[in-house]
Write a protein that binds this ligand. Structure first.
Ligand code: CTP
Ligand code: MG
Length: 187
């Protein structure tokens, strides 16, 4: 696989991890995950992390992942563009989607400990919390899949493309969310 193919497939396979964050903004609302509780004078997660956002976002990512699995099967089936065979492909998709939202929640936990209020900016952490969560969970669930696609061969091109694209996509989507009135701040 050429470096360009590796970069593009690296982005494609991360779709289930990319979607949840943006989808959470649309599905968010209602009870916060920490139910309003504080620890040592600071909220545990804050009002920006809700159950609806968590499960709505993760489900949206898993659902689009399912579609991506179907498309991969239809057009190129196996190989570097695929998520693997059923049912391990399902495990990968679900791990990427839920890992993404878990990472997002852990990011907020860290922000609150650092004394940053809900919506406050913490560069790098804000953009990569879900990346770390998705990669961590997929490594736990199917490390072989990650190594095969993002380490071996030209896989590192895919990983680099993904890591470079993330802050750009993140910013773009948040500006749209802000303009639509779904977000209070454009970051
Ligand atoms: N959201 C949600 N539930 C989640 C994640 C996100 O409801 N589990 C919604 C919230 O409305 C949130 C918005 O998506 O305000 C944007 O998400 P994010 O930027 O991650 O949250 P912030 O409000 O910036 O809060 P934090 O400082 O904790 O990151
Ligand atoms: Mg934010």
């Amino acid at each position: 696989m050429s470096p360009l193919d590796a970069a593009l497939s690296g982005l494609w396979l991360m779709v289930p991890a990319l979607v949840p964050n943006s989808a959470a903004v649309l599905f968010g609302g209602g009870a916060p995950i920490d139910l309003g509780r504080s620890w040592r004078g600071k909220r545990i997660l804050g009002d920006g992390k809700t159950w609806c956002g968590f499960f709505g976002g993760a489900s949206a990512g898993a659902f689009l992942g399912l579609i991506a699995v179907g498309l991969s099967e239809m057009f190129c089936a196996q190989g570097a563009w695929g998520y693997g065979d059923f049912p391990s492909s399902m495990a990968v998709v679900v791990a990427l989607a839920f890992g993404s939202m878990l990472g997002d929640s852990v990011g907020s936990l860290l922000k609150r400990r650092l004394g940053v209020d809900r919506g406050g900016k913490v560069p790098v952490l804000d953009q990569y919390n879900f990346v770390v969560g998705a990669i961590a969970l997929v490594l736990l669930v199917d490390s072989r899949w990650f190594v095969e696609h993002y380490v071996e061969g030209n896989g590192l091109y895919g990983l680099i493309a993904f890591l470079v694209a993330v802050p750009l996509l993140h910013r773009g989507v948040n500006v749209i969310g802000y303009k639509l009135g779904k977000k209070d701040v454009p970051w």
